[in-house]
Ligand binder design. Structure first.
Ligand code: NAG
Ligand code: NAG
Length: 404
């Protein structure tokens, strides 16, 4: 009798202790994993990555040229189907992203052929941007890819026609974003707050410090972000350069001052934030992949980009997030909040627009652009009559921003 009681007692108590910790470990991994974008080498997704996706530990996948051949549509379908079997699935697809910027940076076969910089300097930046965005969207949709890490909003300092390129790039990129998002492809404005002043220095290769004064960064480099945010851009990617104007120590993507202060509070961005490549050469001073991921997450970045085509890289970032959630160094409340914000945003984007774009609500900014230039939205065909006053140019001119 006594034995039975003890046995019953222990049976009752053991699962009561063991079960929640097992469950919560799984939950922690799902929670942390939803913040990490993975990548892989070659044409065939490794089983390890498919398993992790099925377990709900993958927040998305970034595709590079080496991952792409004529089977890419089916590869993406495979990711979606294993993801749909797992605990992270809530009826919305996994984020599948790539860089289809235009110019040399195009991971999928097809356009756009010109860079944002070039279109921004052209005579008709808005029309060009809309065409480029529509082209990118159709190429991505053809491959089942639902998110583009474009357009590039960096304003390079071209002395001869700088002011043209400043307003032009703003109009071009906003039209690019609107054209993409209105057909259901997520757009990403990058690299906040702007890599233009860096010229040829590249954060992928080396540490970059941009000493541009705050006033100039706000008046010039942030200008296209204001239009992009007004147009409802879904994602903003932060730059890995250091901008001492607001933070002398940390690159923008690891800086609360830039992400929470400038981007969220001052510019009012409510969408999803993503880092640039975690393995970037510019981050030498910020530890290994795990430490970099943590620093970015602590600064408030929603998605961490493990793009080294190395599944271990994604895993160590997820592990680091889980570990610091456990030891309290990354408060779970904050990550939960971030997760809620990012997934509810990304999810609502995806549920609204993917796979069918019909019924997508136009954002305020898109509606505004549309009312300026209905022909732009009616079609992006080469012979559309271009407007004398480009919408975003008049937007920028007619709107009094409280900042400058
Ligand atoms: C701006 O300058 C670039 C080269 O610096 C040139 O290719 C482009 O045509 C110029 N655009 C305009 C509108 O003048
Ligand atoms: C893959 O990522 C792990 C974890 O960050 C790192 O230790 C390893 O060196 C990486 N491998 C390659 C080939 O980059």
């Amino acid at each position: 009798m006594r034995l039975t009681t003890i046995a019953q007692f222990s049976l009752a108590i053991i699962p009561a202790i063991a079960r929640p910790s097992v469950t919560s470990d799984k939950d922690l991994y799902t929670q942390a994993g939803s913040h990490v974008i993975f990548s892989y080498p070659g044409l065939t997704p490794p089983d390890e990555l498919l398993d992790l996706t099925k377990q709900g530990q993958v927040g998305g996948v970034i595709l590079f040229g080496e991952n792409v051949d004529e089977n890419i549509r089916d590869v993406v379908k495979l990711f979606q189907s294993v993801y749909a079997e797992g605990p992270a699935y809530s009826g919305k697809p996994l984020l599948i992203m790539t860089d289809q910027e235009g110019g040399n940076v195009r991971r999928l076969p097809g356009g756009p052929e010109e860079t944002a910089k070039k279109i921004g300097q052209s005579a008709r930046p808005v029309l060009g941007g809309a065409k480029a965005g529509a082209t990118a969207a159709s190429v991505l949709k053809g491959a089942n890819v639902n998110c583009n890490l474009a357009p590039v909003l960096d304003i390079y300092r071209t002395p001869d026609n700088f002011s043209i390129s400043k307003v032009g790039l703003s109009g071009c990129s906003t039209a690019f974003i609107a054209a993409q998002q209105s057909v259901g492809v997520i757009a990403t404005a990058k690299h906040f707050p702007g890599l233009g002043p860096a010229g040829n220095e590249n954060t992928d290769l080396q540490p970059v410090t941009i000493d541009t004064p705050l006033k100039e960064l706000r008046a010039i480099d942030e200008l296209p972000y204001m239009s992009a945010i007004a147009a409802g851009v879904d994602i903003v990617m932060a730059s890995w350069a250091i901008y001492p104007a607001l933070d002398v120590k940390r690159p923008a993507g690891m800086s609360k001052a830039w992400i929470q202060g400038e981007l969220r509070k001052r510019l009012g961005f409510k969408g999803v934030t993503i880092t640039d490549a975690i393995e970037a050469g510019g981050l030498k001073a910020f530890g290994d992949d795990a430490e970099r991921g943590l620093l970015a997450s602590q600064a408030g970045m929603d998605l961490l980009l493990a793009s080294g085509r190395n599944i271990t890289q994604g895993r160590v970032v997820v592990d680091a997030l889980v570990q610091s959630l456990k030891d309290g160094s990354l408060p779970i409340k904050e990550l939960m909040k971030q997760r809620k914000e990012s997934t509810s945003c990304a999810a609502s984007l995806l549920s609204d627009v993917w796979p069918s774009a019909s019924g997508r609500k136009l954002y305020h900014g898109q509606a505004l652009l549309r009312s300026f230039a209905p022909s732009l939205y009616a079609s992006c065909l080469p012979h559309t009559s271009a407007h004398k006053t480009a919408p975003a140019e008049s937007l920028a001119a007619g709107r009094s921003f409280p900042f400058w």
